[in-house]
Design a protein around this ligand. Structure first.
Ligand code: EPU
Length: 444
C-alpha cells in the first residue's frame, strides 16, 4: 500500500477510446474525505488506534507520512487496515509542516490535536484541488474563539494556548473543514463548545463516531448545532471507515453517460439519498441491495434538470462535475448553480472542445442565496443536450474534474489523451484496474 511514499505510483497520462458502455462491478473502500480526518483524530491520544477499510489513495499516504514525521507510528497490519500510535508525538517543526502543506488540505486539521497535546501548533498553508481561493479564516477564527492566540512571524503563522476553552461559535458558512477543526479542537478543551451553522456531511458524522469511541461527548442536533463537552483525555479506537459516496456517485454517472450498467459494491443508500433522487429525475435508475447499489439508464433517453449544489443534505458539490457529464447526454436545457466553490466550472472549456454545449454565467441561476452572485465568478452553467462527444487532448485540473473527463472520454467517439491523471489518484483507488474491469478501452 502506498502509505509510505505520498508520491508513489502515479500514472500521469491515460489514453482512452470511448463509445462503449461501461458494464460490470466496482468496489468502494473508505471515503477519501473521511479517512485522513480519522487519522488526524489518532493524534489526540497516545493509545493504539485501528482504522479499517482504508483505501490506497494519495491523501492517506500523505497523512501517514505526516504522522510519522511527527513521531507517530503508522503500520499497515493487513491489506486495508492501519494501526496508528501517537504515543511519542513531537511538536510540529516548521520544516515538517512545509513538507506537507501544499500537498493536501489535511495538515490544518492537526492544529486542534497539537494545541491539546503541546499548547502550540504551526498553521500550514494549504494544498488540495484548485477550485477556488479556499481560505482558512473560519478555522483560525474558531480556534481563536476557543482561546488560541495567533502569532504571525514573517508569514510563518502559529497558534498557542494554555488549554483550549469551550465557547459558543457560529460559522459564517457551514464549512466541512472548519466544522472538523472545531470538533477536533473542542473534544479536549475545557468546558462545553456549542458550534452552530455546522456542516453535517456523512464524513463528519463518521469522524464524530470515531471520537465518541475514543471517549468524547458530542451531540448533533437537527438545526446544524453540534455540542462538544470537552474531556481531559481520549483513548484509542477501532473503526471501519464509511464507504466513499462521492466515488459511488461518480460511477453512477459513468453508467448513464455511457449507457452502461455498473454495480457499485458497498455503496450505501443512506449516504446518497439526495443524489439518488436527482439521478432518477434525469432518467437514471438504480437498485439498492445489501451489498451495494446497481446503476443504469431507465430508458433510452436522459432528461434535463435544474439543480443547485449545496452543503449536505443538499446536492454535494463533489457530485457536480460527473453529473454534468451525464447532463450533456440529456435532452433539453439543464441548469446547474454551483454555490459551494466559486470556480468549479473550470473543466467546462475542455468539455466544450469535446462537443458539449455548455455556457457559463456570472449570475446565480437558482433560488439559493449564494456568496458568489455579486462577485464576478462564472458559477452557473447552462447545458444544452444531448450532444455527441468526440475525443480530445485534455489536461486534468483537479480531482473531480479529472474523473469527469474520464467519463466524458469514455462516452465520446474516438480516442482522448488525458494528462496529469495522477491528480485523480488523490481520491479514486485503482482507477486503471477498475476501468479495465468495466470494459473501458485503455490504449497502453
Ligand atoms: N471557506 C472559507 N473559509 C474557510 C473555510 C472554507 O471561506 O476557512 C469556504 C471555501 O472557500 C468554500 C466553502 O467555504 O467556498 C466550503 O469549503 P469547506 O471548508 O466546506 O471545504 P473543505 O473542508 O476544504 C471538503 C472536501 C472537499 C469538498 C468540500 C465541500 C476534504 C478533504 N475536502 O473541503 O472535497 O468539496 O468539503 O463538501 O474533505 C473533493 O473531494 O473533491 C473535495 C474538493
Amino acid at each position: 500500500m502506498t502509505t509510505g511514499a505520498a508520491t508513489a505510483r502515479k500514472v500521469e497520462t491515460m489514453i482512452l477510446r470511448g463509445g462503449k458502455p461501461l458494464e460490470g462491478e466496482v468496489a468502494l473502500r473508505g471515503a477519501k474525505n473521511a479517512l485522513p480526518k480519522i487519522m488526524v483524530a489518532s493524534l489526540l491520544t497516545g493509545e493504539k488506534c485501528t482504522l479499517r477499510n482504508v483505501s490506497q489513495i494519495v491523501d492517506v499516504a500523505i497523512v501517514s507520512d505526516m504522522i510519522r514525521a511527527l513521531g507517530g507510528e503508522v503500520r499497515e497490519v493487513e491489506p486495508g487496515v492501519l494501526e496508528m500510535c501517537a504515543a511519542d508525538l513531537q511538536p510540529m517543526e516548521r520544516e515538517v509542516l512545509r513538507e506537507f502543506s501544499g500537498k493536501s488540505r489535511i495538515p490544518i486539521l492537526t492544529c486542534g490535536p497539537l494545541l491539546a497535546r503541546f499548547g502550540a501548533a504551526p498553521v500550514p498553508s494549504l494544498g488540495g484541488c484548485r477550485i477556488g481561493t479556499r481560505p482558512v479564516d473560519f478555522h483560525i477564527r474558531a480556534l481563536e474563539d476557543l482561546g488560541a492566540t495567533l502569532h504571525d512571524e514573517m508569514h510563518d503563522a502559529y497558534l498557542t494556548c494554555e488549554r483550549l476553552q469551550g465557547n459558543k461559535i457560529r460559522l459564517e458558512y457551514p464549512s466541512v473543514g472548519a466544522t472538523e477543526q472545531v470538533i477536533l479542537a473542542a473534544v479536549r478543551a475545557e468546558g462545553v463548545t456549542e458550534l452552530s451553522n455546522a456542516a453535517m456531511e456523512p464524513e463528519i458524522m463518521d469522524l464524530i463516531m470515531v471520537l465518541q469511541k475514543m471517549g468524547a461527548i458530542i451531540s448533533v442536533d437537527v438545526d446544524r448545532v453540534i455540542t462538544i463537552v470537552g474531556v481531559r483525555s481520549l483513548r484509542g479506537f477501532d473503526h471501519t471507515a464509511m464507504p466513499d459516496r462521492l466515488e459511488a456517485a461518480s460511477w453512477a454517472c459513468a453508467a448513464i453517460a455511457t449507457n452502461g450498467r455498473i454495480f457499485v459494491r458497498n455503496a450505501k443508500q443512506f449516504h446518497m439519498m439526495t443524489f439518488l433522487n436527482r439521478y432518477r429525475q434525469i432518467g437514471g435508475d438504480f437498485r439498492v441491495m445489501n451489498e451495494g447499489i446497481e446503476f443504469w439508464r431507465a430508458g433510452e433517453r436522459l432528461r434535463s434538470t435544474a439543480l443547485e449544489t449545496d452543503v449536505h443534505p443538499g446536492f454535494t458539490t463533489d457530485y457536480q462535475q460527473p453529473f454534468v457529464i451525464a447532463l450533456t447526454q440529456a435532452e433539453g436545457i439543464s441548469i446547474v448553480h454551483e454555490t459551494v466553490y466559486e470556480q468549479r466550472f473550470g473543466y467546462v472549456e475542455a468539455l466544450n472542445r469535446m462537443g458539449a454545449k455548455i455556457q457559463l454565467y456570472r449570475e446565480c441561476l437558482g433560488g439559493l442565496r449564494c456568496r458568489f452572485g455579486q462577485r464576478n465568478y462564472k458559477h452557473s452553467a447552462v447545458i444544452v443536450g444531448p450532444t455527441p462527444l468526440h475525443g480530445a487532448e485534455i489536461e486534468i485540473p483537479d480531482l473531480r474534474a479529472g474523473f469527469s473527463y474520464v467519463i466524458a472520454a469514455l462516452a465520446a467517439e474516438g480516442a482522448s489523451t488525458l494528462t496529469n491523471t495522477g491528480l485523480i489518484e488523490r481520491g479514486y483507488e485503482n482507477l486503471m484496474e477498475k476501468l479495465k474491469g468495466l470494459g473501458a478501452e485503455i490504449v497502453e
